[in-house]
Design a protein. Sequence first.
Length: 95
Amino acid sequence: MSVWSAGGASYPGRVLGRVGLLDLVTSCHAKDRGPDGRWRLPELTGPRDLVCVDDQAEGVPSGVAVIPVFPYLSGHPHDRAFAPILDLLTPTEAP
């Protein structure tokens, strides 16, 4: 998984490290906008499905699948914003 942040390339690594998820990440990138006002995606290599999970979904490049989330403000035990995303990423067994 690659992550990106308007806080710079080092920010997501610090946050994910604090919550114990950094081992799931292969790369961290800074967010910046292109001339069209949308986020420029980092150059990623290899075959992969691209889905952006973003709290500024209107900035995701056209044609890219996006799952909008609310901005993260602080830890909250009842925050379930990423639960539907986990459901999408978790394979289910065929009947």
